[in-house]
Design a protein around this ligand. Structure first.
Ligand SMILES: Cc1cc2nc3c(=O)[nH]c(=O)nc-3n(C[C@H](O)[C@H](O)[C@H](O)COP(=O)(O)O)c2cc1C
Length: 390
């Protein structure tokens, strides 16, 4: 089935999502697909793009369009980076390395989550492109300092500090799918929920051949890599606060990106704390449900700090047209999470390559239809936003 990702019938990200659903057990698919609480923000992140309409310049022939940009001075072939997505080995063997490889070949950056099952050195070595490291403080300051030193030595280009996870959001689907029970390791507790796993024998065989349930080799505690089941508590005990940015920045010594900004006030605070870029992000609707969709708050954040740092955005990007709208409203580039995670789950590296290929083709076509020669030339004149946004 993984070969199906290259089929001509796979034309958009929604098609990759369906393939992912067919290959993964329900709990793994829902882990990618779901959001927090009533999933209002998750839905709105995608829907809000419909509120913004495009204003093309017709009868303009742009034979070739330039998709290149730079983020933090790093050249990218297109303004789409792969967002940090934890637990990728649940989707595909050594999933983080597969995704990083696809990103590198496509000429863009891969952001590795702290909560990954593959050693950061292996992930960096897999990619020919730039890699950023996303930091949670699981295990405390000393553990984080050791990881920061490893990431620097391995050649990661930037540190992405996620600030929207003081506790894990409540993902209701995880409860229904029995994630806690499946992680308990107790056969009788697990029994009611194992059917979904046995129903996907190919996934199961690949998962077991890849070592089964991973631990986190980039969170090295005194006892060794942090076990999978301990994530929730570890996040809660090690929530990042503004005061942490000082020592993180000093230890890293390179550009720091703050991810999880929702308001102009926090954007200013992040910049004052030394951020080189910020990501307007609500974690893909997986943390605080009920916050505004990211595209809606982007103009406020750009107005506050856009002349001081690069502003990136993620959340709800499923088409190249979405990328265009975010860039017109002031984003330097976007991050995609689920768009490539579906591809990874459907077909490993080939699936991620397909996801990026779909977005790249969309982007090029949309620019031509807009009569715009490059992503650099996109601006507010190419979109119309609802009057009440102003
Ligand atoms: C399965 C999954 C796991 C994620 N894990 C992390 C993570 O470990 N760290 C982080 O900062 N963000 C994480 N995110 C959030 C993404 O980085 C990104 O903000 C979000 O996916 C963007 O929304 P989108 O999925 O609609 O593109 C995760 C998202 C998904 C879908």
């Amino acid at each position: 089935m993984s070969r199906m990702v290259t089929s001509p019938q796979v034309v958009n990200i929604a098609d990759l999502r369906l393939l992912a659903r067919r290959r993964l057990p329900r709990m793994a698919f829902d882990y990618i697909d779901g959001g927090a609480d009533g999933e209002t923000t998750l839905r709105e992140n995608c829907r809000v793009y419909e509120d913004v309409t495009l204003r093309p310049r017709s009868a303009v022939v742009a034979k070739s369009v330039d998709l290149r940009t730079t983020v933090l001075g790093i050249e990218l072939a297109l303004p789409v980076l792969l967002a940090p997505v934890g637990s990728c080995r649940l989707f595909w063997p050594r999933g983080e390395a597969a995704a990083a490889r696809a990103a590198g070949k496509a000429g863009t950056a891969y952001i590795l989550s702290t909560l990954s099952g593959t050693r950061l050195e292996e992930v960096k070595a897999a990619s020919t492109g730039p890699c950023f490291y996303q930091l949670y403080l699981c295990g405390g300051r000393d553990v984080a300092l050791a990881t920061i030193a490893r990431a620097r030595a391995a050649g990661f280009s930037a540190l992405v500090v996620t600030i929207d996870t003081p506790v894990s959001g409540l993902r209701e689907r995880d409860f229904r799918d029995g994630v806690k029970e499946l992680l308990s390791g107790r056969p009788f507790t697990m029994l009611p929920f194992v059917g979904q796993i046995l129903a996907r024998p190919r996934w199961l065989a690949a998962f077991l051949a890849d070592g089964g349930l991973m631990s986190f080799p980039n969170i090295v505690l005194k006892e060794g890599p942090m076990p999978y089941a301990d994530v929730g508590l570890a996040l809660e005990e090690s929530a990042t606060c503004w005061e942490d940015l000082g020592w993180i920045r000093e230890a890293w010594g390179g550009p720091v990106v703050v991810k999880g900004v929702h308001t102009a006030d926090d954007a200013r605070r992040a910049v004052d704390a030394g951020a080189s870029a910020i990501v307007v992000s609500n974690h893909g609707g997986r943390q605080l449900d009920g916050v505004a969709p990211t595209l809606r708050v982007l103009p406020e954040v750009v107005a506050a700090v856009g002349d001081r740092v690069e502003v990136l955005l993620d959340g709800g990007i499923r088409r190249g047209g979405d990328v265009v709208k975010a860039l017109c409203l002031g984003a330097r580039a976007v991050l995609v999470g689920r768009a490539y995670a579906y591809g990874l789950a459907a077909g490993g590296e080939a699936g991620v390559a397909r996801a990026i290929g779909i977005l790249r083709a969309d982007l090029g076509r949309t620019l031509k239809l807009l009569g715009c020669p490059s992503v650099a030339a996109l601006d507010a004149s190419h979109v119309r936003v609802p009057a009440h946004w102003r």
